[in-house]
Design a protein around this ligand. Structure first.
Ligand SMILES: C[S@@+](CC[C@H](N)C(=O)[O-])C[C@H]1O[C@@H](n2cnc3c(N)ncnc32)[C@H](O)[C@@H]1O
Length: 244
């Protein structure tokens, strides 16, 4: 099933267990906190980890995601009533409603086609007030992260809240021109085996920079790591901060 890790309730629970608060969340929260009490959009909010953290920090947060099962998991969490949760993608965003917008854990890479990416950036520009900031991460293709997505290196055990362990591993199924297709494999203690397939786009720094500028943003910074290292060092990331 395509992107089942966000849509299948059993896999959403695995995603949530596998992705606790981390240094990427620290980075995004620190950037958002530079403007206290902001109206913040979390596009592709998933199970809501960062949206809830930003709301707890005093921001007025809207979380948007197309995956209903992920949003249901978010809505069930402590503090969820502080966040406005919306099911959908960028066309549903209101005009000039946010001071900041984040897309985290590589949401940008799920927008594979150039037209889909340009449309999302245009909607984000429309949804931000003039001077509002867009902050997102996308993996630097030069770090070739997909080369570590193989059954041996990626094999992992994920402990669920009920104490059960899921065994998971990932294999790359296709490497194209700036795209990587892959499948996550999951085995549950009751013997159930589930798959989640997806394709990600790996944009170069130049492609990211020019697409963001074309959408009407000024790129303020691009970092290579969660501690604001230069591109090419750090964590193999392109961490973009742009102003509408
Ligand atoms: C890797 S998850 C990241 C979730 C969350 N931001 C986090 O940090 O855990 C990618 C998310 O992007 C969402 N997504 C996929 N396509 C999208 C689109 N076109 N617009 C917005 N979100 C999208 C998925 O449903 C999924 O929840």
């Amino acid at each position: 099933m395509r992107e089942a890790e966000f849509c299948h309730p059993r896999l959403v629970a695995v995603y949530d267990a596998e992705c606790p608060w981390s240094r990427d969340d620290d980075f995004f929260l620190a950037v958002v906190n530079e403007t206290p009490c902001s109206r913040v959009l979390d596009l592709g909010c998933g199970t809501g980890r960062l949206a809830l953290g930003m709301a707890a920090a005093g921001h007025t947060v809207t979380g948007v995601d197309p995956a209903r099962a992920s949003l249901e998991a978010a809505r069930a969490k402590t503090g969820a009533e502080r966040v406005t949760w919306l099911e959908g993608t960028s066309p549903i965003l209101p005009d000039m409603a946010f001071d900041a917008a984040v897309m985290t854990s590589h949401v940008a890479q799920f927008l594979v086609d150039d037209d889909a990416w340009a449309g999302t950036l245009a909607d984000l520009r429309r949804a931000l007030v003039p001077g509002g900031r867009l902050v997102f991460d996308t993996r630097d293709p030069r770090a070739r992260a997909w080369e570590r997505w193989n059954p041996v290196a990626s094999r992992r055990r994920i402990a669920l809240p009920d104490g059960c362990e899921v065994v998971a591993w990932t294999e790359v199924t296709a490497v194209g021109d700036g795209t990587v297709g892959f499948t996550h494999h999951y085995t549950f203690p009751d013997g159930a085996r589930l798959l989640s397939t997806a394709t990600l786009r790996f944009r170069t720094e130049d492609q990211v920079r020019s697409s963001v500028q074309r959408a009407g943003f000024r790129v303020e910074s691009i970092y290579g790591g969660w501690h604001r290292e230069p591109v090419g060092s750090g964590d193999g990331e392109l961490l973009v901060i742009a102003r509408a």
